[in-house]
Design a protein around this ligand. Sequence first.
Ligand code: MTE
Ligand code: MO
Length: 324
Amino acid sequence: MLIKRRPSWALSESEVTPESVYLNRRKFMAGTMASAAALTMPALLKAEEGGIPGDALQYKAMPAFSTDEKKAPYPAITSYNNFYEFGTDKGDPARYAGAMSVDPWSVSVEGECAKTGAYALEDLLKPHQYQERIYRLRCVEAWSMVIPWVGVPLAEVLASLEPTSKAKYVYFETLHDPDQMRGQRSMFSVIDWPYREGLRMDEAMNELSFLAIGLYGKTLPNQNGAPIRLVVPWKYGFKSIKSIVRIRFMEERPKTSWEMIAPEEYGFYANVNPEVDHPRWSQKRERRLPSGLLSPNWIETVKFNGYGEQVAHLYKGMDLSRYY
Ligand SMILES: Nc1nc2c(c(=O)[nH]1)N[C@H]1C(S)=C(S)[C@@H](COP(=O)(O)O)O[C@H]1N2
Ligand SMILES: [Mo]
């Protein structure tokens, strides 16, 4: 008998198990936590009438840091999210992130730099001109979107904090406040809060690394990481940490959330790489969203998410099948 096998990349939505389902299953092996609800992806909302909410930002367009690919519509970018602080379903952040208050917002700057201290967000941003950059965001779950961010280069902000020569890494933390973040109250939460991320200093100082404060020309909605989040477009989406309250310059490599949860699946580097499959699914293709459930829009994944020209040199001499 001839058994026809689909190529491994022709996965249906339910075959690429959302991380939340898998991790809950793993954590509560004895229970029945893999709820059917978590397997169902919410339909993307129709564009709302009346334009884009939020405060308008002044920025300059940056064609050299942008793509002509079709942008995901605002409702798609703001209704299909990963932000586990508010729940693990893709629709939870849009539903519940309104409970987070983002003004005033303070960022604690710590560690190996001259300008440590607690900064009001305005003060951290003040000297810098806002830019619009249209980047691809590629989630490790094999979906992607093209997103027009507004923000400032991470390198400018970090340089203004005057890192010392001992600063080899920079570490970030998201707000930890169970009163505002219902996912942090959940007994099913898989993350040891706060959400933590980090970059090697040369990655952080790369021209592509970006601190976003806006989307489609307006201030970020909470579900996308208001009021300030990282965007590192050549890495899997989980590196792009949201709602940042702490920046620490470090000599040692910091422990990051996904590495702590499953180091064999999520490395510190996490560079987009179609040559290295996730242990449970292929990374050769991705669904470019929005994309219908019946006719998923699969495209080829490109190494470094297509940003190799800008970043490949950072990894010379590293075995990218190990440090993918
Ligand atoms: N604090 C925090 N940051 C986070 C996450 C999260 O759960 N918590 N999810 C990450 C993942 S897996 C992805 S793909 C992106 C999604 O960003 P978006 O919702 O703006 O598209 O945010 C990343 N940043
Ligand atoms: Mo992701």
